[in-house]
Design a protein around this ligand. Structure first.
Ligand SMILES: [Ca+2]
Length: 55
């Protein structure tokens, strides 16, 4: 499940966090798909959920 990184809704700041964390491989805050690293899939997940309220 994709959850907002900073607020209750996926928004620009979450996309920016995901982008700034791109390539991260340990303790990644932007690892939204839970595979242990931040890659293209995480960015796409964040973008796919953009503007959607999440828990
Ligand atoms: Ca990931």
């Amino acid at each position: 499940m994709v959850t907002s990184i900073s607020t209750g809704v996926i928004e620009v700041s979450d996309v920016l966090v995901a982008l700034s964390d791109f390539g991260c491989t340990t303790a990644c805050v932007a690892d939204v798909d839970g595979d242990g690293m931040v890659g293209v899939n995480d960015i796409l997940d964040v973008l796919a959920q953009f503007g959607v309220p999440c828990q």
